[in-house]
Design a protein around this ligand. Structure first.
Ligand code: NAD
Length: 530
């Protein structure tokens, strides 16, 4: 396509090939990927990437403007006939090639994801990147299994069949907490089903989405099938959501922004898929394996420094286990090593930004007025002080209706409250507006089955918390949104179903016409004038 940005000024991009930000070098040619070409954003504004681990500048790039969004949507539209017209097998082949390219870049992806987010490399190497690669492999296979109902004669005179068709150009908006995984969750089901896509990653974390798009190009996906525009939500995001040539908005982010996105998308009657915030309960019954529950709570609360929409955030523990659970969690949290993301000994790294760390700290600071901060509740000093770090934090004695129990803190903070009866515990677990995920801990299968049914959330883990698999759906209930990511269920979001009903009688006058009019029989009328 024509490079509409060829006259755009070169960005300042100090990605020293030997320096700590070398893994962000893919941004040097711009953070936009449109129609198979990378370029600099045309908004006239730049974004400085701040290293959350040190507070230093990691790089800078030119943000997308509305013209970039228009160009990306146009490129996606141009690519649509060829991609939607490809056979499932052809799309599958291309996605298998994409998997191979990404596999070859796994180490680079893990480093870039670590640097831009502040994630420990252990996490990106063992969770973010392998999970993303598995997603690509799953959707490469699933592209060939867009099943529907079998054709049949539901009326004696007709054969009916269902076509499952792509929607067109998908406009997706993603958050910063798992940028590569979110790019996969948005892009893969969309393109597997024959759509083309424009993805807007968070302006804080553009690198790995861009690398994904470049890999798609290397793998031979047609230009324009995968496009990336990196800009702010207020202009780039809203322009994409309201664009008349975009058929569907798929949004992952906070509930507050999700509500606005849904309202904006309604103006052009777009299909909307919302993956929003969470406040997952962690329900421990009195017959649970205490050691397992303690370890599960700490891992589930602190993964990705607590910046996980399904993180364990509210533990409810039946009274006989409550004291032992609190002291066990406090001891284990104290042993968690907070450190620089590149240090292999680091368990959890900084939060994504200083502003977000301060937001998390604000929740805990306000909670001191009504609750007990058992451990943590502050930023570490010493060499980590310049980074956006926050210590693992355990809060007890907070009322159920308090901000820290009901609001999405999105940091390494766990509250624990006791309960007496099973019904009380289940009522507490359901007592927030959210419904994304939950876990129940007990050795009694009947108890866990009853609890799994009673909890209003899109995912319930039993004696574990956090694992996800590509084959199973992820999505919320209530204020956590609607629609499913991952799994074959996601095809319900990214396809529309067409009923084709074909006459099999060949009769010029159909029997049902009698309900509208009666005519005398014509000389050659085989119906006898019915
Ligand atoms: P956010 O809502 O602030 O931003 C998400 C994305 O929306 C970003 O790309 C942002 O630039 C964009 N955006 C902001 N305002 C916009 C607007 N008016 N129009 C269009 N786009 C706009 O969320 P965040 O802080 O980036 O991410 C954290 C949130 O994401 C948390 O609430 C978390 O629970 C949620 N999340 C949910 C899931 C899930 O699967 N349910 C997964 C990951 C994160």
């Amino acid at each position: 396509m024509t490079d509409q940005r060829s006259d755009a000024p070169a960005p300042v991009a100090p990605y020293d090939p030997g320096g700590p930000y070398a893994s962000l070098a893919p941004l040097a040619d711009g953070a936009q990927y449109v129609g198979g070409r990378q370029h600099h954003g045309g908004s006239g504004r730049r974004h400085t990437l701040v290293d959350p681990a040190t507070g230093g500048t990691a790089g800078e790039y030119a943000l997308a403007g509305t013209d970039d969004v228009d160009a990306a949507v146009a490129a996606a539209r141009r690519a649509l006939p060829e991609w939607a017209g490809a056979t499932p097998g052809e799309r599958s082949d291309a996605m298998h090639r994409l998997r191979a390219v990404l596999d070859g870049e796994a180490a680079d992806l893990a480093r870039a994801e670590s640097v831009q987010c502040g994630k420990p490399t252990r996490l990106t190497e063992e969770f973010d990147v392998p999970g993303s690669l598995d997603n690509v492999a799953f959707f490469a296979g699933a592209a060939r299994r867009l099943d529907g109902v079998a054709a049949a004669e539901y009326s004696a005179d007709h054969t009916s069949y269902v076509r499952r068709e792509p929607l067109g150009v998908i406009g997706s908006v993603a958050p910063w907490n798992y940028p590569l995984q979110m790019a996969c969750w948005k892009i893969l089901p969309a393109i597997a089903a024959g759509n083309t896509i424009v993805l807007k990653p968070s302006e804080l974390t553009p690198a790995t989405s861009l690398m994904f798009a470049r890999a798609a190009h290397t793998a031979g996906l047609p230009d324009g099938v995968v496009n990336i525009v990196t800009g702010t939500g207020a202009d780039t995001g809203e322009h994409l959501v309201t664009h008349p040539d975009v058929a569907m908005t798929s949004f992952t982010g906070s509930t507050a922004v999700g509500k606005r996105v849904a309202a904006l998308a309604a103006q052009t009657v777009k299909r909307v898929h919302l993956e929003l915030g969470g406040k997952a309960p962690f329900l421990v019954f009195d017959d649970a394996d205490l050691t397992a529950a303690v370890h599960g709570a700490v891992a589930g609360a602190l993964i990705n420094t607590g910046q996980d929409c399904t993180a364990a955030t509210r533990a409810y523990v039946q009274r006989p286990l409550y004291d032992a659970f609190v002291s066990g969690v406090a001891d284990l949290m104290a042993a968690v090593r907070v450190g620089h993301p590149a240090d292999p000994a680091t368990d959890i790294g900084p939060l994504v930004s200083h502003a977000h760390r301060d937001r998390v700290a604000g929740f805990v600071d306000r909670a001191r007025a009504y609750a007990t901060v058992v451990i943590g509740g502050e930023a570490p000093g010493g060499p980590l002080a310049p980074g956006a770090y926050y210590l693992p934090t355990l809060v007890t004695d907070a009322p159920q209706d308090s901000e820290i129990v009901r609001g999405e803190v999105f940091g390494p903070v766990l509250t624990v409250l006791p309960f007496d009866t099973d019904d009380e515990g289940l009522a507490l677990a359901n007592d927030t507006p959210y419904g994304l995920a939950a876990s129940v801990w007990s050795r009694d299968v009947f108890r866990t089955a009853r609890a799994s049914r009673a909890i209003a959330a899109g995912c319930v883990w039993v004696n574990d918390h956090i694992p996800i698999v590509s084959e199973m759906p992820h999505g919320g209930y209530r204020a956590s949104g609607y629609g499913k990511d991952m799994s074959a269920y996601s095809f319900d979001e990214y396809t529309q179903v067409k009923h084709v009903m074909s006459d099999i009688t060949g009769e010029p006058r159909k029997d049902w016409h009698r309900t509208v009019f009666r005519l005398p029989a014509a000389p050659d009328d085989r119906t006898g004038g019915r």
